[in-house]
Design a protein around this ligand. Structure first.
Ligand code: ZN
Ligand code: ZN
Length: 410
């Protein structure tokens, strides 16, 4: 379906190039070389999206964004600021004023500019699984299909902010992708669920942390003894690793998290302490009406166990309630579990019940036991599908394949 655009730029060339490209693609376009004229036209007949130049004589792009954002009637309007220059400060000013995106002008590739703008309008999120294994990495012929790396999942927002959940061995593949793309000025948040090895020990191999110009926040639960900064630094002190966090060339901020609601980049993140040794946080991301839950490592005790807490189960069910995507600890087959009771991980039937009663849409089995090969995971999937059907749930049970990308749209 075509979108409606208002273009504002004092550079007639860019106006013509973008207008041509947009109309070719079936969109409707009104183009203005004067920002006051555009402002009046937007207010009287709001488009889906305003694409405005940054530097203009009367009202510049940042000021125009601010004025549009002050109008309550234009709440649903998307705003993209265009610039001829790659200055981080300009991008930050535009985003702070309320722009949804910031784009460098390219006379050579208007199609690429339009595809960025359309992704923003679709509020498209890209979820990618880099490691789904628990405890230790398990490379080898038996794990080729679903991958042998430990926990790491990335979520990319339309304005190019990156969320990364956990830094198991999977983060090395994500690092390779960033390096290969040659991308600079990356911004993102790395959420650590808890400081067990399979969730933190490949953080020092995430190369973008060493590159100048990138900005990352590392967020996670603090323990009684140390905050998240110490938890990261402790595994990088001389005895265990030759490089210290002082050598991170990018700007790195640390944020200790407890339970609550936090704003990181473009989305809101809600946290809840999980049932696992030490402090372990589950995360729910809320963005553009969508909810993505990353909840590992977590033990759902059987009802007959002394450790079973109905209050905890109720809270967790509400926490992940009606999530579009639930990625959760499904470590054991039911028959494996009695020998592992109290290890901090869940059995299949308990997570199926949880996903069904929380009415989630897509439920990804995650954090697999290292002794389960691809064939075992497929048995686990089939069993989980049967269990959910017998619970009369229409939740879709899934297994992420190695480096699988999932596009989440409205
Ligand atoms: Zn783990
Ligand atoms: Zn753990």
């Amino acid at each position: 379906m075509g979108q409606s655009f208002v273009l504002v730029d004092d550079d007639q060339d860019i106006l013509d190039i973008l207008k041509f490209q947009m109309e070719l693609d079936g969109h409707s376009v009104r183009a203005f070389s004067s920002s006051p004229q555009a402002l009046a036209a937007i207010a009287s007949n709001p488009p889906d999206c305003v694409v405005t130049d940054l530097m203009m004589p009367d009202i510049d792009g940042v000021e125009l964004t601010r004025m549009l954002r002050a109008n309550p009637k234009l709440q649903d309007l998307k705003i993209v600021v265009l610039s001829g220059k790659i200055y981080e400060t300009d991008k930050n000013r535009a985003l702070e004023a309320g722009a949804d995106g910031f784009l460098i002008k390219s006379r050579q590739d208007p199609a690429e500019m339009l595809s960025y703008i359309l992704d923003l309008l679709a509020e498209k999120l890209l979820l990618k699984f880099w490691g789904c294994r628990g405890t230790i990495p398990v490379p080898g012929p038996g794990t080729l299909k679903y991958g042998g790396n430990t926990s790491c999942v990335s979520l990319t927002f339309p304005n190019d902010h990156h969320y990364i959940f956990d830094a198991g061995t999977g983060i090395k593949q994500l690092s390779n992708q960033f390096v290969k793309s040659g991308r600079k000025k990356l911004t993102g948040t790395i959420f650590i669920s808890h400081p067990h090895w399979d969730h933190i020990n490949f953080l020092p191999f995430f190369q973008p942390l060493y590159a100048q110009g990138n900005q990352f926040t590392i967020a996670g639960p603090s323990s009684q003894q140390s905050g998240i900064e110490e938890l990261v630094a402790n595994q990088m002190e001389g005895l265990h690793f030759p490089i210290t966090p002082r050598e991170f060339g990018s700007q790195v901020l640390y944020k200790n998290l407890g339970e609550g609601q936090f704003k990181f980049g473009p989305a809101t993140v809600e946290t809840m302490l999980l049932c696992h040794p030490g402090n372990c946080l589950g995360y729910c991301v809320h963005f553009a009406g969508k909810k993505i839950a990353y909840v590992t490592d977590n033990e759902l005790f059987p009802e007959e166990s002394d450790m079973f807490s109905p209050a905890y189960l109720k809270r967790l069910t509400a926490f992940i309630g009606e999530a579009d995507i639930l990625i959760t600890d499904s470590t054991y087959f039911d028959e494996e579990y009695p020998a592992k009771l109290g290890w901090g991980h869940s059995r299949l039937s308990a997570v199926c019940k949880l996903a069904a009663s929380a009415k989630v849409r897509d439920f990804y089995l995650f954090h697999h036991d290292p002794d389960q090969d691809d064939a075992a995971l497929e048995r686990k999937l089939a069993l989980a599908q049967e269990m959910c059907e017998s619970l009369e749930s229409d939740v879709r049970v899934k297994l992420a394949e190695a480096e699988e990308e999932v596009v989440i749209t409205k």
